[in-house]
Design a protein around this ligand. Structure first.
Ligand SMILES: [Zn+2]
Length: 127
């Protein structure tokens, strides 16, 4: 028998016995138990959401020279591995065929992507 069912049973017994004062006190206790049960359910739901978020954060993926956590990223691997901090990296194209992920905090650079460089026409270069 659940707690609420026990209270209902006790309340009925007291009501049948005709003790009005005790009956009212039991009603107050019943309301408090009901409110605490609702609060408990809300807290369990909040805890479930927080655990879910934590699990998402734990899924660390190394890709393109950076870390990704779920759909978030890219983050600096150096800062995360060393300090446990998520610092978002910035893309930098050297215009020579390499795109880097560069950390604004520790200046760590990793290669994100290489691409074929366009050939430079000699007559476009001025000496
Ligand atoms: Zn960094």
């Amino acid at each position: 028998m659940s707690l609420i069912e026990n209270i209902k049973s006790i309340t009925k017994t007291v009501s049948d016995a005709g003790n009005h004062e005790l009956y009212q006190k039991l009603e107050e206790v019943s309301k408090e138990i009901y409110e605490l049960s609702l609060e408990n359910m809300q807290l369990k739901e909040e805890l479930r959401i927080l655990k879910q978020k934590q699990d998402e954060n734990m899924e660390k993926v190394f890709k393109d020279g950076a870390y990704y956590f779920g759909n978030e990223g890219p983050y600096c691997t150096n800062c995360y591995d060393d300090l446990g901090k998520k610092i978002r990296v910035h893309e930098e194209d050297d215009n020579m065929g390499i795109i880097y992920n560069t950390c604004p905090k520790c200046k760590f650079r990793s290669i994100k992507q290489k691409y074929p460089c366009k050939p430079v026409l000699l007559d476009t270069i001025t000496f």
